[in-house]
Design a protein around this ligand. Structure first.
Ligand code: PLP
Length: 232
């Protein structure tokens, strides 16, 4: 199957899962995750209708940026503070903010570029040592700090990556926990121009339909669209 056919197939499954969970297809965005794949492959996905693509490393994003057709880029992987300046005017959203220090650097670079950067707070649902992200109970304190100190940053919601699992259903409790916190956030009384929790980024190739059923608004799908990855 071609990338176009696979993309279309995933898009249809994404839309069906949205409808099944009582929402409209456009309420859930399909983010095509392109790490390890080249500009040609990315352009094929764009030709098939991809509007949003995600990279998890700054260097890789920069290498492809000029070779890829106009599209909305997202940074979804761990971001080092010294690399923020390289992507600040290239991405529409940073999904992986997990510290005040990183938020402050994004704020500084966004202000210098004359823009406001949309971010998500990454939560580490199972508190796995190998993963980035913060504990769910620490989200409110971080968000409050960002809202108070970072006028060029707008907090849009949460991102989570559940532990690797054999079955998609194994991820459901983690998705549900993230969604509960996301719903609580909507009650927090913080200024709307800095805080509008409308984005819940969760679900990958193996479990995106479960994530949508649990309230995801952006699914990040890589290998089901582009095939297996060969890490260099
Ligand atoms: C690679 C990656 C994905 C996509 O994973 P697949 O299982 O290939 O769909 C999603 N989110 C993040 C943060 C990733 O690094």
């Amino acid at each position: 199957m071609s990338i176009q056919e696979r993309f279309t197939g995933i898009l249809e499954r994404k839309n069906a899962a949205a409808v099944r969970s009582g929402r409209s297809p456009e309420d859930v965005t399909l983010l095509a995750v392109t790490k390890t794949h080249g500009a040609d492959e990315i352009n094929q996905a764009i030709d098939a209708g991809a509007t949003d693509i995600g990279e998890n490393r700054v260097q890789e994003l920069l290498e492809k940026y000029d070779k890829v057709k106009p599209v909305r880029w997202h940074l979804i992987g761990h971001l080092q503070t010294n690399k923020v300046k390289n992507i600040i005017d290239k991405v529409v959203m940073i999904h992986s903010v997990d510290s005040m220090r990183l938020a402050q650097e994004i704020n500084k670079r966004a202000a210098a570029a004359g823009l406001v950067m949309d971010i998500l707070i990454e939560i580490n649902s199972a508190m796995e040592e190998t993963k980035s992200g913060i504990a769910a109970e620490d989200v409110r304190e971080l968000v409050t700090g960002i809202v108070n100190e970072c006028p060029a940053v707008r907090v849009r919601g949460l991102m989570c990556i559940p532990p690797m699992a054999a079955e998609p259903e194994d991820a459901r409790p983690y998705f549900r926990q993230a969604h509960d916190l996301f719903e609580q956030m909507k009650e927090w009384d913080l200024p709307e121009d800095r805080f509008c929790p409308d984005t819940l980024s969760m679900g990958m190739s193996g479990d995106f339909e479960v994530a949508i059923e649990e309230g995801s608004t952006i699914v990040r799908v890589g290998s089901s669209i582009f095939g297996p990855r060969n890490y260099r």
